[in-house]
Design a protein around this ligand. Structure first.
Ligand SMILES: [Zn+2]
Ligand SMILES: [Zn+2]
Length: 305
């Protein structure tokens, strides 16, 4: 998709067509619209600005003929719909929808009133590099301190599957820095690679932040699906994480689930692996209480005023 000639279309078709093309473009992609008559150019500029897209270049190529080059910008809201920030709707059965960022069709369980859908990959991918770089360079031995920093990174959303690798990444980095279980950078990368495959809780019915603890045990013990004790330990750790998240109650909050999973994992790792980990307490210290539509407020032990 490079140059789109809108000159031969009667009004309002140039705008309708431009709107469709912009909605189908992926972030970072460029398109050049060619349009005639200044008033039509101004209408097109209005549309592009209303969509917060970036005009890269604009010129008059002949008398009353204009070319306008637009780059699809990455708009990512932290709260609610990543695209338009409207409150999200939660479906009990999936609807087919096209991801606003990558254009892939998928099963949507969460959608906004404007029918925006963002797939798990598009939630995760921009965060993975930031998470990886951060945990490979941190010197912290406290998995909660590491996780809180990761959750504050600018690519993170309030809610989303990008929280699942944070559990494994924070625990493995803290173990590496504690110098107890011979955790290497390669093991941390392996943990992130596995944990980013964990799907969203709305698909599985249960929050897979708990499975991220299982990933940590598998990475520590080099377990495979044919291992005996190691596989058993991974399941027990994940089960304890799931129980801990369950006891936090609902509605779900990814920040709360990450903390509950990590506290449980610290207990498990200290008990079975003599890991000697400590995690700072976050009771009444959550920085996200006002940013989450479904915050349990005083019913959440982390609720910060
Ligand atoms: Zn939206
Ligand atoms: Zn996508």
């Amino acid at each position: 998709m490079n140059e789109i000639d809108l000159q031969d279309y009667p009004c309002p078709l140039p705008l309708v067509k431009a709107k469709t093309i912009l909605s189908e473009m992926k972030e970072g992609e460029d398109v050049t619209f060619v349009i005639n008559h200044r008033y039509r150019l101004e209408n097109l500029e209005g549309l592009i600005k209303a969509q917060s897209q970036e005009i890269i270049e604009e010129k008059e190529t002949a008398n009353e003929v204009f070319s306008i080059k637009v780059r699809k910008k990455t708009i990512r809201h932290f709260e609610n719909c990543m695209v338009c920030a409207k409150p999200l709707e939660y479906l009990t059965s999936s609807a087919r929808a096209v991801c606003q960022y990558c254009g892939k069709e998928g099963d949507a369980y969460i959608i906004c009133p404007n029918k925006h859908f963002v797939c798990d990959d598009c939630h995760l991918e921009p965060c993975i590099e930031q998470i990886t770089n951060s945990v490979l360079t941190t010197g912290s031995k406290d998995p909660i301190e590491i996780a809180e920093h990761l959750m504050s990174l600018d690519k993170m959303s309030m809610i989303g599957p990008e929280h699942h690798p944070i559990v494994a990444a924070s625990l493995l980095a803290a173990l590496k820095n504690s110098d107890k279980l011979r955790i290497t950078d390669e093991k941390i990368r392996e943990g992130i690679k596995r944990a980013k495959k964990l799907t969203s809780g709305y698909i599985d019915g249960c929050c897979t932040a708990a499975m991220s603890i299982g990933v940590v045990i598998v990475v520590i013990t080099n377990a495979t699906c044919v291992s005996d004790r190691e596989r058993s330990l991974a399941h027990r750790a994940a089960a304890r994480g799931l129980e801990a998240i369950a006891l936090e109650g609902g509605p779900r909050c990814c920040k709360s689930s990450v903390r509950a999973a990590i506290y449980e994992a610290v207990g498990f790792l200290n008990e079975f692996f003599d890991a000697g980990l400590n995690a700072k307490r976050m009771e009444k210290a959550c920085a996200y209480s006002k940013k989450h539509d479904y915050c349990k407020k005083s019913r959440c032990r982390f609720f910060g005023k």
